[in-house]
Design a protein around this ligand. Structure first.
Ligand SMILES: Cc1ncc(COP(=O)(O)O)c(C=O)c1O
Length: 340
């Protein structure tokens, strides 16, 4: 099987497992885990913030951020298909008492005008920006557009949280450090279990005082661990070994997109900026379940990107040979014709 469902399907490499086995550990709740402390120090520096906090998942990092920045009864605003609005089980409302509002925006990027026009948006409210933006095809926010959106929210007195689950993909694709975007936001999440290949782990970065308050949310949600250094060691290993190689995933996604297009499969060519390829199954007359089943029968697993689009994601466990094989299997499985 060629597993293109998501970049979350990777398994720890032998080098990563060795780093985990060798991790020096202590009690994280007492802030005595040296490997976790080192991860937090490095992550804060990489994200251009004073401090960072280890959390088991990016979902928890987002929820802790919202609880720390927002006030019950105020709003969380984000593009309508942002992860925190539709895939986190109503967490902003449940954990933080926030009113959830989605905005329709091109490529997942709300504009300053949209933000200036928002009703009931000010101190205690939070704008969430996602970079890369998952549902639009893991697209990258141009830095100046991001800066303008953040400024518009700050003008209103609201806080800004960056869900940078795939921020390293954005950084590698744009040739910028992750801090370029993260330092502009009040808090930033980065996930290590996606393109970076860890079994789990995320960090939340922000000003020291904000991160100190975020510890409360970490305890409240049950994310304060004990010997978390085992995970932190994998994350440090990923920072050293799995960041620059994201460029390979991006090149493979580009090759896959171009090849599928050539093979008559409708793909969102202009949206391929990092490691996702969106396949528009409806244009081949196939319902989502049919397309997924036909691909599975031929040995290719794909995921869902958004309604109407399947996701083929490249990652650590997808080789050039897998891409070439997928280019033979996918058009045949979907009954696509060769494009002239
Ligand atoms: C943009 C985005 N944010 C957050 C998450 C949540 O990550 P986790 O599974 O670590 O909670 C995901 C996971 O797919 C994601 O795509």
């Amino acid at each position: 099987m060629i597993d293109l469902r998501s970049d979350t399907v990777t398994r720890p490499t032998p080098g990563m497992l060795a780093a985990m086995a060798a991790a020096e550990v202590g009690d994280e709740q007492e802030r005595e885990d040296p490997t976790t402390n080192e991860l937090q120090r490095r992550a804060a520096a990489l994200l251009g913030h004073e401090a960072a906090l280890f959390l088991p998942t990016a979902t928890m990092a987002n929820q802790v951020a919202l609880r720390t920045l927002g006030r019950p009864g105020r709003k969380i605003v984000a593009e309508e298909r942002t992860h925190v609005l539709i895939y986190e089980w109503g967490g902003p409302a449940i954990h933080s008492g926030l009113v959830m509002q989605g905005l329709t925006a091109l490529a997942g990027r709300p504009t300053p005008e949209q933000i200036r026009r928002l009703e009931d948006f000010g101190p205690g409210s939070v704008l969430v920006l996602e970079n890369t933006h998952r549902s639009s095809g893991s697209r990258v926010w141009p830095l100046e557009e991001f800066r303008a959106a953040v400024a518009a929210a700050h003008e209103r007195g609201a806080a800004v949280h960056l869900d940078g689950a795939r921020l390293f993909n954005a950084a590698v694709a744009a040739g910028l450090p992750p801090s370029a975007w993260a330092s502009l936001a009040d808090t930033a999440t980065v996930c290590f279990s996606k393109g970076l290949g860890c079994p789990f782990g995320a960090v939340l970065a922000g000003p020291a005082e904000t991160i100190e308050r975020a510890w409360e949310g970490k305890f409240l949600l049950g994310g304060a661990l004990r010997q978390s250094g085992v995970a932190a060691a994998a994350m440090l290993y990923a920072l050293d070994h799995h960041v620059e190689r994201l460029a390979d995933d991006h090149a493979r996604a580009r090759r896959l997109a171009d090849g599928l297009h050539g093979g008559g499969v409708p793909v969102e060519l202009e949206a391929v900026e990092t490691n996702f390829v969106g396949i528009e199954h409806g244009r081949l007359g196939l319902a989502e379940e049919e397309a997924v089943a036909q691909l599975r029968a031929r040995g290719v697993l794909v995921g869902r990107l958004r309604p109407g689009f399947l996701r083929a994601a490249t990652h650590l466990d997808v080789s050039d040979a897998d891409v070439e094989r997928a280019l033979e299997l996918i058009p045949a499985a979907l009954g696509a014709g060769v494009r002239a």
